[in-house]
Design a protein around this ligand. Sequence first.
Ligand SMILES: [Zn+2]
Length: 120
Amino acid sequence: MAQYILRDLDDTLWTRFRRRAGLDGWHLQGIFRQFMEDYAAGRITLSAGAPPRPTMGTWYLTCPNGDQTTRGFTKASAKAWLESGETTMPCEKCGAAVPISPADRATLESWTTTPDPPTR
Ligand SMILES: [Zn+2]
């Protein structure tokens, strides 16, 4: 089965979510599964519209030597990197190869296939 990682969650929101789920007697996997079922079936409507989707991405990398860098990319450059079959990216500070996990590759691939936001 697929596994997904939710990054950059607001700590306060996560705490409120877990507390409410606990009060209602839900385990986290169960509440996510039920939410996805109900949302996919159109049984729940969210209180806000979808936020704009980025056309550019930023990857936060920590190389084996401890350098922390960011790598900006577009969907086109991300697709090119994925198609190259590379499993590492070079550190921009020292040149060391930074391994990219299969999960991160999957996340990047998913993003490259997400439709772009409408142009205004
Ligand atoms: Zn480095």
